[in-house]
Design a protein around this ligand. Sequence first.
Ligand SMILES: *[C@@H]1O[C@H](CO)[C@@H](O)[C@H](O)[C@H]1NC(C)=O
Length: 394
Amino acid sequence: MVSSTLFTCILTSAVLGQVGSAKPLAKRLDNGLGKTPALGWNTWNAGQCNFATAAKALQAADLFDSLGLKALGYNYINIDDCWSNKARNSSGYLVADPARWPNGMKAVADSLHAKGLKLGLYGDSGTQTCAGYPGSQGYEDKDAKTLASWGVDYWKYDNCATPGGNSQPRYEKMRDTLLSSGRPIFYSLCNWGRDNVWTWGGKVGNSWRITDDNFNSWSYVASIAARGATIAQYGVPGGFNDWDMMQISNGKLNAGEERAHMGLWAIGKSPILLGMDLSKISSSSLAIVKNKALLAINQDPLGKPATTFRPSGAAAPSASALYPYWAGPLSDGVVIGLVAADSAATLTVKFADVPGLGAGTFSWTEVYSGKTGSGTSVSAQLALHDMAVFKVVK
Ligand SMILES: *[C@@H]1O[C@H](CO)[C@@H](O)[C@H](O)[C@H]1NC(C)=O
C-alpha cells in the first residue's frame, strides 16, 4: 500500500505545479548543510593519488588540531580521486582499496567524527573518475547507500568520462539518491563551471565549481576570481560558488599572492579547502590561512559574496581580468578588498563610492596587518598581486 504521507507529497506538488504553472518553483536544495562556505582540506593538490590513504587522512586530522586549524572552524578532510579499488565488487558496490584503507573507510570516518571532524569522498558522474577509477553513472543508488553506511559527510562529484550533453540531469540524479540515503551529505558539484551551473547549482548542490581546476599559478587565481565577480549573486547560505581548492604553500605563489588568493576566496564566499601538504606548511602560509578576521568574513552568516565595484575615476572592470576594487555586505558591516592586480600600486577608495557604505565616517580594520583607523576612505600601498582586506563597521 502506498503510504498516505507519500501520496500527500505527490498530490501537493501536482497541485502546486498547476496553480503556479507560469514558473517552476525555485526550490533550493535543503539538506541543512553548507549554510556557510565549507572549510577544510583536500588531498589532491597536496599529493594527488598518493595522498588518498587512511594514513594521510588521520595525519591531517592530527595536524588540524596541532596547527590550530580545527579551532578556527576547518573541519572537512576530503579524500579526492584514487581511494577505491579499480573495480566494483561482484554486487556492484564500490570497495575502499584495502592497501590504502586497511581498516576500511568507516573506521576512518568514525575516527574523524570522534575528533569533531568530517570525512569527504570523491566520485564522478560518468563511467570513470578522472584518474580511471569507477564512476557512479548507473550506480548512483548503490554509491549513495555506501557513502551513508560508511558515515561520509561530503561528496565531490566530478565530470570525467561522461556521455556529454547537459550535465544537469546527471548531477540531479545523484542529488536525489543522496537525499534518500538517510544521511545528510554535503554535495559538491564539480562540473567545471559548465552549463551555467551557477544558475541551477542552488537547486542541486551545496557548492558548485565555477571553472576548470585552479592549477598552480597566479594566472589561475586571477582568472577564477575574475569569473567569480561576475556571478557573485548566485551564492547564498546553503549553496555557494566554489572557486576550487587552494594552492597556498604549494611553491608557486609569493606571500602577497597567497594573501590575495586567500582574501579573494574568503570575501567571495568560496569554500576554503586547503591543498598543501599540511606537514610541510610554511609559517607564513599558515598565518594567512589562519587569519581569524578573514575567516570570520568568509563564515559571516549573511553569506553574501563580495563582488567588484567601480570607484569614481577608476577604469571599468572587464569580465575576464582581475579587478582591483571589491566590496560586499556583512551581517555587521561591509568588507572592502583592494588587490594590486596589474602593478604595484597605492589603491584608495572613498567610502562614498562603496556599495553599502556612502558618505560618512567609518571605522575599519585591515585583516592582514591588524591596522585600524577611521575616516572617509581607506588606502593600501601594495606590491604586485598583494591584497588588503578591510572590515568596515557601520
Ligand atoms: C559488495 O559490497 C557491499 C557493500 O559493502 C556488500 O554489502 C556486499 O556483500 C559486497 N558483495 C560481495 C560479493 O562481496
